[in-house]
Design a protein around this ligand. Structure first.
Ligand code: AMP
Length: 283
């Protein structure tokens, strides 16, 4: 496994690989890796010859200073896990390497994507995501890039970036990996106590109930029930909403079903912000 801290050295390596006819795949992460990230790497490995995992805690996408300061960093452990998972290349840049002014920023109009759910609660977050993914695409010129459905709205934002500026990059979205109690794996779970993790299992439980009730109950009522269930565990709810997964049109507002409906939430447990979603369509 090759580890690069410099984008120029990384580019040289990837250019040589491409000259040999190898397909390059990218998995962007913020580190503190878990099985969810490794599932993305596996999907990348299935489709590419050279898999690049980037690890960078992107300050541009944190609207809350404390959240950034508390974000877990465990580079040595991450590198060991990636090596064990047969990752080919790791890009672990310092801020000045990836945020260099030599790579101009991009602007895209995210429309409604930036104005609902995560967009409302984390102003500027998606522009930060766009800037970093754009830089990673510029640097690595991937054949494809893999993102997690866990961050559904982020995946929709990345697809918009891809359509606008990177039509030749294929975007794959991998399913959410969960703990045995249904809690979505997340680097932030490292900050939860065992009791917190147990309580946060209510998110997936109530989502499953919502899915079962989908054919009988309207979106608004489902959202109401999910909020009540989550609050019953003394967790704070920032939002629960049902959306169409590509446009992020809010189906709760219309109180009518559409195909491709997902239920999404942001919940605070022990001061840690957790997001999750599932498809409400039949499997
Ligand atoms: P992060 O390091 O949290 O920024 O996540 C990096 C990538 O891993 C993003 O595309 C996430 O959507 C994805 N990811 C995070 N958690 C999970 C999970 N539990 N299952 C699958 N993918 C995930």
């Amino acid at each position: 496994m090759f580890t690069f801290h410099s984008r120029h050295a990384l580019q040289e390596h990837l250019n040589a690989q491409r000259a040999l006819g190898k397909k390059v795949g990218l998995v962007p992460t913020m580190g503190a890796l878990h099985e969810g990230h490794i599932a993305l790497l596996r999907l990348c490995q299935k489709h590419c010859d050279v898999s690049v995992v980037s690890i960078f805690v992107n300050p541009l996408q944190f609207n809350n200073r404390e959240d950034l300061e508390k974000y877990p960093v465990q580079n040595e452990k991450d590198l060991a896990l990636l090596k064990q998972s047969n990752c080919d290349v790791v890009y672990l840049p310092e801020e000045k390497d990836i945020l260099s002014n030599e790579i101009p920023s991009v602007h895209i109009d995210l429309g409604v994507l930036d104005k609902v759910l995560e967009g409302t609660f984390r102003p500027g977050h998606f522009d930060g995501v766009v800037q970093i993914v754009h830089r990673l695409f510029k640097i690595t010129e991937p054949h494809l890039a893999v993102f997690g459905e866990k961050d559904l709205q982020q995946a929709a934002v990345v697809k918009k970036l891809q359509r606008t500026y990177y039509p030749n990059v294929k975007i794959l979205v991998a399913p959410t990996q969960r703990e045995p109690n249904g809690l979505a794996m997340s680097s932030r779970n490292l900050r939860l106590s065992e009791n917190g993790k147990k309580k946060a299992g209510v998110i997936f439980d109530s989502f499953q109930k919502a899915k079962a009730a989908r054919s009988e109950i309207k979106p608004l009522e489902i959202v109401r029930d999910v909020v009540l269930n989550i609050k019953a565990q003394n967790l704070d709810v920032e939002y629960v909403a049902i959306v169409e997964a590509d446009s992020f049109e809010d189906l709760t507002k219309e109180n009518n079903w559409m195909p491709n409906a997902y239920i999404c939430c942001a919940v605070i447990c022990e001061g840690v912000r957790l997001i999750d979603n599932i498809s409400l369509e039949k499997n």
